[in-house]
Design a protein around this ligand. Structure first.
Ligand code: HEC
Length: 216
C-alpha cells in the first residue's frame, strides 16, 4: 500500500467488517491481518468506572483528608487496633469474673465456687478421674503424687494444674478444656479437686508422678 492510499483511507468513511459489523482500526496492517475496533462490553466499562471512583474515594479517605469524622470512616490499622483493645478493656471491666490471672492464682475457697467446681467435676471429669477423685484412666487426685508438679520449686500449685486442664495432655488422654470451660470454671473445678487431698476413697489408683509435700 502506498502512502497516498494510506492517507486516503484515513479520510474515508470507516471500513466495516462484514461479519461482525465492527469498524476496522486504520493505521496498521500486517500480512493482511487488521485490527477491529471492538466495542467493550457495557458491564466491563461500568466496572472500570466503579474502580476509578473507588480509587479516588480510597485515596482521599485514607491518605489525603485528615479530619476526625473522615478518619472514623476510614480508620488506619493502628486506630482499629486501638479501638479493639479499648473494647476489650471495657468488656474486661464489665465482667471482672470472666478472666483470671494465672500468676496470682490461688485455690478458691468460697462454698459457691467449690459447689460449682464439684458440679463440673462430677459431670465431666469423674469419667476418667473417678467419682471421688480416686483415679481411673486419669490419675488419682486424693494422694500427694502429681505428674505435673513444678520440679524446679519442688511444689505443686493450681497454676501447674490450670495449664494441664487448659491445654490437656492429648497424647496421654487428658482433654484440653479451654473451649469447653471458662477460665473461672477451670479454677473452680481445680479448687474442688484440691479439697480431695487426703480423703482416702475406696479403690484408689496407684500413685503416679512425684510426691509433693509443698503446695505453692
Ligand atoms: C478422657 C479422660 C479424661 C477426662 C474426661 C479428664 N481427664 Fe484429666 N487426665 C486424664 C489423664 C489420662 C491424665 C494424665 C495425663 C498425663 O499423664 O500427663 C489427666 C491428668 C489431669 C491432671 C494432672 C494430674 C497430675 O497428676 O498432674 C489434672 C489436674 C486433670 N487431669 C484435671 C482434669 C479435670 C479438671 C477434668 C474435667 C474438667 C479432667 N481432668 C477430665 C484423663 C482425663
Amino acid at each position: 500500500m502506498s502512502n497516498t492510499d494510506e492517507n486516503k483511507k484515513h479520510h474515508e468513511e470507516p471500513e466495516i467488517d462484514e461479519l461482525t459489523k465492527d469498524r476496522y482500526l486504520g493505521g496498521h496492517e500486517y500480512d493482511g491481518i487488521r485490527e477491529l475496533d471492538n466495542k467493550l462490553p457495557r458491564w466491563w466499562v461500568y466496572l472500570f468506572y466503579v474502580t476509578i471512583i473507588f480509587a479516588v474515594v480510597y485515596l482521599l479517605g485514607y491518605h489525603v483528608i485528615k479530619s476526625e469524622s473522615i478518619k472514623k470512616m476510614f480508620p488506619s490499622q493502628e486506630d482499629e487496633y486501638k479501638s479493639e483493645m479499648a473494647a476489650l478493656d471495657s468488656l474486661r471491666n464489665a465482667n471482672p469474673q470472666a478472666t483470671v490471672d494465672l500468676e496470682t492464682m490461688v485455690p478458691l475457697t468460697a462454698p459457691a465456687d467449690l459447689a460449682s467446681g464439684q458440679e463440673t467435676f462430677k459431670k465431666i471429669c469423674s469419667v476418667c478421674h473417678g467419682q471421688q477423685g480416686q483415679g481411673l484412666v486419669g490419675p488419682n487426685f486424693t494422694d500427694q503424687y502429681w505428674i505435673h508438679g513444678d520440679t524446679i520449686t519442688n511444689s505443686i500449685s493450681i497454676k501447674n494444674l490450670f495449664q494441664v486442664v487448659t491445654n490437656g495432655v492429648i497424647e496421654k488422654g487428658m482433654i484440653p478444656y479451654k473451649d469447653q470451660l471458662s477460665p473461672v470454671q477451670r479454677q473452680q473445678v481445680l479448687s474442688y479437686i484440691l479439697t480431695l487431698q487426703g480423703t482416702n476413697p475406696p479403690n484408689p489408683k496407684a500413685p503416679q508422678g512425684k510426691k509433693y509435700d509443698k503446695f505453692g
